[in-house]
Design a protein around this ligand. Structure first.
Ligand SMILES: CC(C)(COP(=O)(O)OP(=O)(O)OC[C@H]1O[C@@H](n2cnc3c(N)ncnc32)[C@H](O)[C@@H]1OP(=O)(O)O)[C@@H](O)C(=O)NCCC(=O)NCCS
Length: 203
């Protein structure tokens, strides 16, 4: 969803980086500069005078990878690039909500009144973050997931597709809430839960 969102908002992609050459060369960005990993990015930023030209960055790393998204954001801001905060024109963000740098609010997503989202947090397609929610950095609310009002989500936690978190519940840092789960109680940091009501995933 990131590529059409960037296009729709009128951003021109000047370079694309990936650690995996096979994946990177297959990316659908014809005519853009391909950069093979972090060292190549460092070299290109200098060569292209990217910081002085006001080049911004966006991290196309979804999944349960919020810590890595934040680490890379630190690397790129250290190189002088600015994190881009994206709000798709078909998303809705309340005027009283606060989005920190690098948030991505994708098509049909909603962010309610007084919600506060930490940096590099993604509210994916058709997901909903209701009023007074507090989300840490590097959080991912996957497609169709719903956070009811006054929910707290710790750093780097992920809420799976179509999961629901009930009002005033706290999801600890690094938690993984499975697709379709219904979280009715607070979760400790690092928990992985599935089902309705959500229970720890045991193997
Ligand atoms: C919860 C989750 C992280 C577990 O992943 P995992 O550790 O790789 O777990 P596995 O796939 O090995 O499944 C382990 C067991 O849990 C079950 N299970 C996995 N996810 C489940 C879910 N969301 N709800 C119910 N049961 C689930 C599996 O059927 C399996 O059961 P079994 O042992 O009886 O066969 C993952 O399944 C999930 O839901 N991720 C969210 C995916 C998503 O929403 N992606 C959107 C991308 S934008």
């Amino acid at each position: 969803m990131l590529r059409p969102t960037l296009a729709r908002l009128g951003h021109a992609v000047v370079a694309v980086a990936d650690r995996d050459p096979a994946r990177g060369s297959a990316l659908p960005f014809p005519g853009t500069r391909w950069l093979d990993g972090e060292d190549a990015v460092r070299a290109w930023v200098v060569e292209a005078d990217a910081a002085a030209r006001g080049v911004c960055f966006v991290l196309a790393i979804g999944g349960h990878n919020g810590a890595e998204r934040c680490r890379l954001a630190d690397v790129l801001t250290g190189l002088g690039l600015a994190p881009l905060t994206l709000v798709h024109d078909r998303a809705w963000v309340a005027e009283t909500a606060h989005l920190a740098d690098g948030c991505q609010i994708l098509p049909m997503a909603a962010v309610g009144e007084e919600a506060v989202l930490g940096r590099q947090t993604i509210v994916n397609t058709n997901a909903s973050v209701d009023h007074d929610c507090r989300l840490g950095e590097g959080v991912h609310i996957m497609p169709g997931a719903t956070l009811a009002g006054c929910v707290t989500v710790g750093d780097h936690a992920t809420i799976g597709s179509n999961a629901t978190v009930l009002p005033r519940v706290t999801v600890g840092a690094g938690c993984m809430v499975g697709a379709g789960a219904v979280v009715t109680r607070d979760l400790p940091p690092g928990a992985t839960v599935i089902g309705a009501p959500a229970r720890p995933l045991t193997r």
